[in-house]
Design a binder for this molecule. Sequence first.
Ligand SMILES: C[S@@+](CC[C@H](N)C(=O)[O-])C[C@H]1O[C@@H](n2cnc3c(N)ncnc32)[C@H](O)[C@@H]1O
Length: 379
Amino acid sequence: MKNYRIQLTCSFGLEAVLKREAQALDFENISVSDGYVEFTGDLDDAAKANIWLRTADKVLLVIGRFQAMTFEELFDNTYALPWTEIIPKDANFLVNGKSFKSALSSVPACQSIVEKAIIKKLQTKYHIEHFPKTGAEYTIQAALLKNTVTVTLNTSGPSLHKRGYRQGQVIAPLKETMAAALIELSYWRKDRIFIDPCCGSGTIPIEAAMIGRNIAPGIMRKFAAENWDFIPSDIWKEARKCAYAAIDYDTPLNIYGFDINSHAIEISKLNAENAGVDDCIEFECVPFNKLELKGDYGVCITNPPYGERMGNLDDVERLYRDMGKLFTKNDTWSAYFITSHEGFERLYGKKADKKRKLFNGNVKTDYYQYFGKRPPKKS
Ligand SMILES: C[S@@+](CC[C@H](N)C(=O)[O-])C[C@H]1O[C@@H](n2cnc3c(N)ncnc32)[C@H](O)[C@@H]1O
């Protein structure tokens, strides 16, 4: 029986991409809200979501949802949830919270009430005064929105952008989840050339290679819920086994990463090796103004310097002009750029076919999309 509401959190602006991913995994009753997507599923689905979703930050089990205008209501409704079936005696449980447009606006006070209610409930089963908190981690969140409280358990642990392959990184790296989203938002398909001319630590080409090879992004990492007693360990074993069986080692990929900085290229190579995709990406130290487009119908997706955290503004603006000159030369190429520089289109010399607002961490950016001609249909 599908008996959980499962919440997938994501960066603002990525909800529609995440919904598409959830649909592709056949999840049911999908709904979309600001900053998250929910579906109805069982614990196998929670494991599958952790292992397969490329753009989600966390997979949360919704333990309860209720109205609360007073601390008493918050306490009583939290106490009524089935904590004794979920949390073992030695659990290292911690409660965090957030509150928006709600009568109960003090987050520390709400956290403290929720924690007290959980402890009181656990004491009915374990009969101890103090919980040792030496065991597995259970992170509970009480999120208040317009007086509705959603109580969740974080099955992922650290955010899912931490795939585990990125040991080295340059200044201002892109989150792996955002890199995957930029690719999902493009028309790149694995039979087309892919380049990132400002690849930094290689995140975008590596994510493209993982998509091209159908490598599940979470295949290498562990999740908090793997240590939970109420989830059978077979669930994770089975989900990983299926993910390994799904890898496509045979389709040839044409993926390239370039950067002006040779150290960045070394880091990219190492990260690609960690991700198991070093054999299908070529990294090379080339400044953008020396780059030539080889072939037709290629796709460029890049996160150039914005002139804020990194890069001298004059150099950055020259780079954007050079980008416009190169990509407008061949109308079969598509090019996608994420930047916070508001003058991007002017410098590039062309209005984007499509523009999408995205948050790169806390930085408000636009994703400028220039579509090239469609590749001819294969006979
Ligand atoms: C924001 S970082 C890219 C970060 C990357 N997406 C990641 O996740 O690590 C921008 C990169 O552009 C490179 N860059 C700056 N100017 C360049 C130029 N003229 N040609 C090629 N690369 C350049 C920098 O060396 C830096 O690695």
